[in-house]
Design a protein around this ligand. Structure first.
Ligand SMILES: Cc1ncc(COP(=O)(O)O)c(C=O)c1O
Length: 430
């Protein structure tokens, strides 16, 4: 089997040959068939150091033995019956212990589903239909929050999103005065969504004090404040960014690491809002007041892996190691930039590393400016790294995890140096 032939087959049955638009690549994507720890192997047997880690879901590394064992055991014991089961209770108890905002938990099928549900809860609780969301923040692919996910556009990056739905989203910069004015001017806004890291897992960091400021503001105005911690939950700290920074939203959306690196999602939050989902409640003649279903919510196999992941991740040791590895990676990349006299910056919070090629600082820049990298450079960087056996997430960003070692980081930095040298030689990087 080789990548090229697989791509030819794939393009006959999958649109563009892919199952996710970001996996598309010319002339063909790389097809992987084995992964262990921080490494993975493609169908041609080539080995890669992985800084994508399952779109940031595998902080414990690929095929962590304890997760694999928990899932395999559950597969033979009771894979899925669509009933209540003890593991969902245990998993929910873990999230309530770890996340300051979690008084109740409702599991969902993905991060996208979690943000859909959180927005519905926000509308139901506030009685107002509109949401305020921040430019460039990503909350999944559904219609309601797509407008503004591509920075600087104020429109959805997709056909098929009804204008009436887009009209329900107000997009602003993460500026407290601008947001305060928007809330005052538009009394239909009831809910505010914030990606807790800043746009794209922190490639556009939030201004200092923004999270506490918006909490203070919404506590006064009564708007429902939702932190999207799909990336940051259990990565920034066991209790997410909210526990690290001491700011408690009304609702939180979770997935990826919080579901043990397995398919799923969750909304956690204030009991008075979350209990709108309870069939024991009645509001306006409806019981439950907010409807939510989903065949695979809290599926036992996922719950088994997630509970095991909660146990391992609750101490914070994994996160500390991943942070240290990301720090080493950022330092290594910045040394390469310095040595090769490239005006660029490697930066990032927690266990992330992002690259900016427009200068040596991102201070004062908005999401559109930070994320404006030439397609030629993005492709050159990606192709150069892949050919040397290094895979990034989102092309100019990385995440680290438990299985990254100093040796793997240093090996990746060496490949990065060679790739940047080639880009300079070829005139792609000036
Ligand atoms: C912050 C954030 N929210 C929501 C989502 C959507 O999650 P999912 O891909 O599980 O639907 C993502 C996915 O990357 C994300 O990064």
């Amino acid at each position: 089997m080789n990548n090229h032939v697989l791509c030819q087959r794939a393009r006959e049955c999958l649109p563009g040959g892919v199952s996710h638009e970001l996996r598309y690549r010319e002339p063909y994507p790389i097809y992987f068939e084995r992964a262990k720890g921080a490494e993975k192997w493609d169908v041609e047997g080539k080995r890669y150091i992985d800084f994508k880690l399952g779109a940031a879901s595998q902080i414990l590394g690929h095929a962590h033995p304890e997760i694999a064992e928990a899932v395999a055991r559950q597969m033979t014991r009771m894979p899925y019956t669509a009933d209540c089961h003890p593991l969902e209770v245990e998993w929910a108890e873990w999230l309530c212990r770890l996340f300051p905002s979690a008084e109740r938990v409702r599991f969902a099928g993905s991060g996208t589903e979690a943000t859909m549900l959180a927005f519905r809860l926000g509308r139901a609780h506030s009685g107002r239909d509109k949401v305020l969301r921040i430019d460039g923040h990503f909350h999944g692919w559904h219609d309601m929050l797509l407008k503004g996910s591509k920075p600087g556009t104020n429109s959805p990056p997709s056909l098929g999103v009804p204008q009436v739905v887009s009209n329900l989203a107000v997009v602003t910069q993460p500026d407290l005065q601008v947001i305060s004015d928007a809330l005052e001017n538009d009394c239909e806004i009831g809910t505010i969504f914030v990606e807790a890291s800043g746009a794209n897992y922190g490639s556009v960091p939030l201004p200092e004090g923004f999270l506490s400021g918006i909490r203070e503001l919404t506590s006064k105005t009564g708007h429902v404040l939702i932190f999207d911690e799909v990336i940051t939950g259990l990565r920034w700290a066991p209790g997410g960014r909210q526990s690290r920074d001491g700011v408690t939203p009304d609702l939180t959306t979770l997935a990826k690491v919080a579901t043990g690196g397995l398919p799923g999602g969750a909304v956690v939050g204030r009991a008075d809002i979350m209990d709108l989902l309870s069939p024991g409640e009645m509001r306006d003649g409806l019981s439950p007041p907010v409807s939510h279903k989903g065949t695979f919510n809290a599926a036992p196999m996922v719950a088994a892996g997630a509970v095991k992941a909660m146990e391992i991740l609750s101490t914070g040791d994994v996160q500390n190691h991943a942070d240290a590895m990301a720090n080493r990676l950022r330092d290594g990349f910045n040394k390469v930039f310095g040595d090769l006299e490239v005006e660029a910056l490697a930066y990032g919070d927690s266990s992330t590393c992002h690259l900016y090629f427009g200068g040596t600082t991102i201070d004062g820049l908005d999401a559109a400016a930070i994320r404006r990298t030439s397609p030629q450079l993005v492709k050159g960087l990606r192709d150069g790294l892949l050919s040397r056996g290094v895979d990034f997430m989102s092309f100019t960003s990385c995440v680290t995890g438990l299985p990254h070692t100093p040796e793997l980081i240093d090996e990746a930095v060496d490949h990065f140096r060679d790739t940047i040298s080639d880009l300079i030689r070829d005139g792609v990087l000036l």
